[in-house]
Design a protein around this ligand. Structure first.
Ligand SMILES: Cc1ncc(COP(=O)(O)O)c(C=O)c1O
Length: 422
């Protein structure tokens, strides 16, 4: 079991390609072709060492946490808390921060949006007439909860609109900020286009007017996790399954004083200090926001994934996925009638495109026939597609195990699909 204060795993020196062997799922053929898995913005795969960590926990330590005096329960509690400590270190949290386990980014963002109005009149952070700003690049998970929070609290929801290329501008944000602004919710990387907004500066601007700041790090955490302590960030959310970890586990991390403002979403066992039939005294953080039995094996797996990323080397992963994106964007843009979205977004791990006269679902289906997995549709960012005046797109997204050869297969596969469909 990792020590509660385990140091970061030293980055290895082996070439990235050698890590691919750690991912057994990639060794299979789909429709007679070696799988080229290019749907990593939706879900990445898990290396053996993450699966092994979870299996070890399930085999030797599985028990419910926090409520047992018996040895297994204590071991499980230690494993859970060790996972928390590893992840805090991984995201660069300091003593002012706390980390709460959730089921994923969606739950984390709901916990924040709901937690800021649910305490009720006079108690809640959000009040009638307040302003919530979200960017126009957001995944539905960082938009729909704020629509609901605005409806329930009487606050006004305002969208920081991107320009025609999908960029966000600090000047536009400055024009929206006022002392009425209570929340800015922003992505660290747009899942539909790969755009990386200047979130460091934007979060700082919002905090200057007294707003709470929310960063959706779902698309950044696998290759470009920002260090929390360096940001003017009150809440940061991400999912395990987008960083080589398991599904059904995620994180809400942030400043302790900001997390303390949240009314808990999950009321029940494990999140209370004292209960009578009439009333309950809620526990301190992090238990306060972790009602019910948590996904302990998931937390153990997520911590193993964080150590895996450190071992491979974050800078190496970041460089690798950017290079694959650049190669794919150049290859696709050279095809007749193909438009790549946000071609300027060089710090992305994904590329989205549209092709004249050919529907993305046809492209996706024809690519699948050649063993190439991509995603098609609105990628849970429908308003952004409406803003561009676009329908659905095709998205290829990259992880540390992808290769330039897979990018060549993608570009050739799209070229063939276009010929077939036209
Ligand atoms: C930017 C962004 N935010 C939030 C989510 C939601 O994540 P989850 O489905 O793991 O809750 C996603 C998933 O694609 C995403 O890309």
């Amino acid at each position: 079991m990792p020590n509660l204060h385990d140091p970061p795993a030293p980055a290895a020196t082996q070439p990235l390609a050698e890590w691919r062997a750690q991912f057994p799922v990639l060794a299979q053929s789909i429709h007679g072709h070696l799988l080229a898995y290019l749907d990593n913005a939706a879900t990445t795969h898990m290396p053996r060492q993450v699966m092994q960590a979870m299996q070890d926990f399930e085999t030797h330590e599985r028990a419910n946490i926090h409520r047992g005096v018996h040895t297994l329960s204590q071991r499980a509690t230690d494993a859970f808390e060790a996972a928390r400590a590893t992840l805090k270190r991984f995201i660069g949290a300091d003593a002012a921060h706390e980390l709460v386990f959730t089921s994923g980014t969606t739950e984390s963002l709901n916990l924040v949006a709901q937690g800021l109005w649910a305490a009720g009149p006079g108690q809640a952070w959000l009040r009638p007439g307040d302003r919530i700003i979200v960017s126009g690049l957001e995944h539905h998970a960082n938009l729909v909860p704020w629509q609901h929070a605005a409806r329930m609290s009487g606050a006004e929801l305002v969208v920081l609109r991107p320009d025609a290329q999908g960029r966000l501008h600090e000047g536009d944000l400055a024009a929206l900020l006022s002392p009425r602004t209570r929340v800015l919710a922003l992505t660290a990387g747009a899942n539909a286009t790969g755009e990386r907004p200047p979130y460091e500066a934007m979060l700082a601007m919002a905090r200057q007017v007294g707003a709470l700041t929310v960063l959706d790090a779902a698309q950044a955490v696998g290759h470009a996790a920002p260090a929390l302590a360096t940001l003017e960030c009150d809440f940061m959310a991400f999912s395990g399954h987008k960083m080589y970890g398991p599904m059904g586990i995620g994180v809400l991390a942030g400043r302790r004083d900001a997390l303390e403002r949240l009314y808990p979403l999950r009321l029940g066992g494990d999140m209370v200090e004292d209960v009578s039939y009439e009333r309950a005294v809620y526990a301190a953080l992090p238990a306060r926001l972790e009602g019910g039995t948590p996904n302990v094996a998931g937390a153990v797996g997520l911590a193993a994934a964080a150590r895996f990323i450190e071992q491979v080397g974050r800078a190496a992963i970041d460089q690798h996925v950017h290079a694959l994106r650049a190669r794919a964007a150049a290859g696709l843009a050279a095809l007749p009638g193909v438009t790549v979205l946000a071609p300027h977004a060089t710090q992305a791990a994904l590329v989205s495109f549209v092709a004249e006269d050919v529907h993305p679902h046809d492209i996706g289906t024809l690519l699948d026939e050649r063993g190439i997995a991509v995603r098609t549709g609105h990628h849970c960012a429908q308003p952004l597609h409406d803003h561009f005046g676009l329908g659905p797109t095709t998205r290829a997204s990259f992880a540390l195990y992808n290769t330039p050869d897979e990018v060549e297969r993608l570009v050739a596969g799209v070229a063939r699909a276009l010929e077939t469909m036209r």
